[in-house]
Ligand binder design. Structure first.
Ligand SMILES: NC(=O)C1=CN([C@@H]2O[C@H](COP(=O)(O)OP(=O)(O)OC[C@H]3O[C@@H](n4cnc5c(N)ncnc54)[C@H](O)[C@@H]3O)[C@@H](O)[C@H]2O)C=CC1
Ligand SMILES: O=C(O)CCC(=O)C(=O)O
Length: 627
């Protein structure tokens, strides 16, 4: 059992073999005129209270009135109960002692006889929630403390609500009132415990019916598998491998074929822990405001401009992408398109399909010796540079960052220099907002007459009207466009573009990265990064939070604290650990200009107070208990 798991155990007929008040009836019966009737009445009232056929409040009050036990009779009961501990609990004594910090007894019985029984298992009276007797001056129990919520119907619900345990809660018991905790949404699982008694009505409601405490322990989910109950929403038809990987790791996965618009996604995102998208889904501020559970976003592509990354950063949401998985596919398409356009093939193919035979060398050129200008010399641009050189092209490039020239490529010091020199221009910048209309009318004016123009980067980077005008005028002799300012959300939606009827023009449906190889690479890469992040806190390769990759520490508990990057955070967090006598085994903090990301491994389980204290530090953004 891990630090964020808690067991809530019933006492009567669960921790001990019988119903305490039934046993008490036998003891009290020794001084009663009609012991048999008393016993039968008590047993019947117990049973009807336990299976929910009368209210618990009525059941306990009537039983107490009938019994009126004396102090020494309660002491006698305690001694009997010590001998009546359920066999499987006795066998699990070592486990209970070891994890007693996470075990609570919640019973409608009485502390007076429960505490002495469970304390021998290391469970102190503070973790026993039960009724207490009210005694008269002669030591007779005349009632029960009415202010205790357990004296009333639905008492267990109130108690567990107040306990506010910070993690997974598992209820073990044989009665309807135990199930009610789960029904109220305050427990993750309810185990109907049938080692001593089996109540059909209760069993039917349980998540698991168990014959022993060992069975409970076997069925408690491995909390290191932090994915249990977590929801993944995958959009835009990501490869099924991703679905399998998340399902294998225990996530609940929903896969949709298309993208969703802002309104649809704002609704759909509620309750989702991990969102997977490709390039079309816009993760806007509004979507994030509705993302009540979101911990991570996977962009199953290179570009992340469709995601409001700064907002994710402020909310402590990790954003992962696949920075290299489809690079080669885009480069190959760019090469293919450059060759096709240099040979004027789109028009020749069209003519042939229309029944026109036109054997001609007009407007048909080799790529060898031509000048290729690459705008954006990142992963794609620089790989295109190598392949194009292999075909005999002379490569020129322009980038806003200082980039090492590969092979014989020549760096241009300005965009205008590149535009003026190139026979072919290929765009490979990222989709940052400032790149909107990076290439517009004034830039086409600066290009050579008869230039070939390729855009496989992002639609908004080129002014489509200007491109269209320049193709029509012949300034641009041919163009290939894979990305558009507005793209259909699904394959069922129609596509319209100004460019559709232009000569020597290749239009593709944003398929630069759509090869089987690339999609398989991405579908493996992104889920694995996210699963690792969810389990260990490792942010390696994410684009929103500071990056930390961690060594595994065994026999430790780990939590993640994401906070505003303000002075003194490390000290404040560690003061809290010191205050609670928790020893730090490993700690990693990395900051960027806005936030700090801190992972701490500690030597022992921490309770709600620690978590609350950490959450209450001014500037805390998010606290995740990993294990
Ligand atoms: N059509 C498709 O299916 C695909 C499209 N892409 C697009 O290609 C883009 C580039 O991908 P990578 O090369 O992997 O990214 P990258 O980040 O490695 O390279 C982008 C380069 O562009 C440079 N840059 C940005 N703005 C610039 C500007 N205004 N002028 C000059 N240089 C500028 C950057 O400094 C960087 O070196 C992606 O961001 C994505 O939008 C990526 C994969 C598939
Ligand atoms: O394959 C896709 O859906 C998008 C590819 C892309 O544009 C990217 O990787 O940035």
């Amino acid at each position: 059992m891990d630090a964020n798991q808690f067991l809530i155990i019933d006492f009567d007929s669960t921790f001990v073999k019988g119903e305490s008040l039934d046993i008490l009836a036998q003891i009290v019966g020794k001084r009663h005129p009609d012991p048999e009737t008393l016993e039968n009445e008590i047993i019947a009232l117990t049973s009807r209270g336990m299976d929910g056929s009368i209210s618990f409040e009525d059941s306990i009050r009537t039983r107490l009135q009938l019994l009126s036990p004396r102090k020494e009779e309660i002491e006698e009961l305690t001694e009997i109960l010590k001998q009546e501990i359920s066999d499987s609990f006795l066998r699990s004594k070592e486990f209970i002692e070891k994890h007693s910090g996470q075990i609570y007894i919640v019973s409608s019985g009485f502390k007076e006889f429960i505490c002495p029984v469970v304390e021998s298992f290391g469970i102190p009276s503070e973790r026993v929630y039960a009724n207490t007797f009210v005694f008269d001056y002669e030591g007779n129990a005349i009632g029960l403390d009415p202010s205790n919520p357990l004296a009333k119907d639905a008492g267990k619900i109130k108690v567990v609500e107040r306990m506010n345990l910070p993690g997974k809660r598992y209820v073990v018991g044989d009665g309807f009132t135990d199930y009610e905790i789960r029904q109220a949404g305050l427990a993750d699982l309810f185990f109907a415990f049938t080692e001593n008694v089996s109540r059909e009505k209760v069993n039917n409601l349980a998540d698991h019916v168990v014959k022993s405490f060992e069975e409970v322990l076997e069925l408690i989910p491995d909390s290191k598998n932090t994915s249990k109950g977590l929801k993944v929403l995958l959009l835009e038809n990501v490869n099924p491998i991703a679905v399998e990987l998340f399902r294998d790791a225990g996530y609940e996965v929903e896969l949709l074929a298309g993208a969703l618009d802002e309104t649809e996604l704002s609704e759909k995102i509620k309750g989702v822990h991990v969102l997977g998208i490709r390039s079309k889904t816009m993760v806007t501020k509004k979507v994030l405001e509705n993302a009540d559970k979101l911990l991570a976003i996977g962009a199953f592509c290179i570009g992340t401009n469709q995601i409001n990354v700064p907002a994710c950063q402020e909310l402590g949401i990790a954003v992962f992408n696949a920075p290299y998985s489809n690079t080669r596919s885009v480069v190959e398409l760019a090469i293919a398109e450059i060759i096709l356009l240099m040979r004027n093939l789109p028009d020749s193919i069209f003519k042939m399909k229309s029944g026109i035979w036109n054997k001609s060398a007009k407007n048909s050129y080799e790529v060898r010796g031509k000048k290729l200008g690459i705008i954006g010399y990142g992963s794609i641009g620089s790989q295109l540079s190598i392949l194009a050189e292999g075909l005999g092209m002379q490569v020129y490039y322009y980038d806003v960052l200082e980039k090492l020239a590969l092979g014989n490529a020549v760096k241009c010091t300005s965009l205008n220099e590149l535009l003026a020199i190139s026979d072919v221009i290929s765009l490979h910048v990222d989709g940052r907002a400032s790149n909107k209309n990076l290439i517009r009318a004034e830039h086409f004016d600066k290009m050579k007459d008869g230039v070939i123009f390729v855009n496989l980067s992002r639609g908004h980077v080129v002014d489509i009207d200007a491109l269209s005008e320049n193709v029509k005028s012949g300034k641009v002799r041919g163009c290939a466009v894979d990305v558009f300012p507005t793209e259909p959300k699904t394959n069922q939606e129609p596509f319209e573009s100004l460019l559709s009827s232009l000569p020597n023009t290749i239009l593709t449906s944003h398929i630069g990265g759509s090869t089987l190889e690339a999609q398989i690479n991405i579908a493996n890469f992104v889920p694995n990064k996210i699963i690792e992040y969810m389990q260990t806190g490792s942010t390696a390769n994410n684009v929103s939070l500071p990056e930390i990759q961690l060594p595994k520490i065994s026999n430790a508990h780990r939590l993640v604290h994401i906070h505003e990057n303000v002075p003194g955070m490390l000290a404040e967090v560690n003061q809290i650990f010191a205050k609670h006598k928790i020893n730090v085994l490993g700690q990693y903090l990395k900051t960027n200009e806005k936030i700090g990301y801190m992972i701490t491994s500690v030597d022992k389980a921490y309770g709600n107070e620690v978590i609350e204290d950490l959450k209450n530090i001014e500037g805390s953004i998010r606290l995740r208990v990993l294990y």
